[in-house]
Design a binder for this molecule. Structure first.
Ligand SMILES: [Zn+2]
Length: 123
């Protein structure tokens, strides 16, 4: 199953869950699960004092969020670079379209006119 299908399936499942139990209820479960995950990660045997456990769990969560922020930043920069490249390519070497075949409002933003063989004006 491709990524888009999996994403949509997951989102549909999450929406169905919220529809059944209410979004506040579901959000509370998610928060509780997340908190449990980090508490278990930093202190699997429950040996630390409560204050220290909480502090470490907060830092573990912060570490995860910062790692996510970094991945997001890299992905956004990659998307931006791709977009910038496409714009520069379109200006330096604009695609040619036949002005008869392609209506004005369907032409790429940066394009040049070049009649196709069928619409080449006769001289
Ligand atoms: Zn044409």
């Amino acid at each position: 199953m491709d990524v888009v299908s999996m994403t949509l399936r997951g989102r549909a499942g999450a929406a169905a869950l919220r529809a059944k139990y209410g979004r506040d209820e579901v959000a509370a479960w998610m928060r509780a699960g997340r908190d449990r995950k980090y508490l278990l990660q930093v202190d699997p045997r429950g040996e630390l004092p409560e204050v220290e456990r909480q502090r470490r769990a907060d830092d573990a969560r912060r570490a995860d969020m910062l790692a996510l922020a970094q991945r997001s930043r890299v992905a956004r920069a990659a998307r931006k670079a791709e977009n910038d490249n496409a714009r520069i390519r379109a200006i330096v070497d604009p695609p040619a379209v036949c002005p008869v075949c392609v209506p004005f409002n369907e032409r790429p933003r940066w394009s040049t006119s070049r009649y196709c063989a069928a619409h080449l004006p006769r001289r």
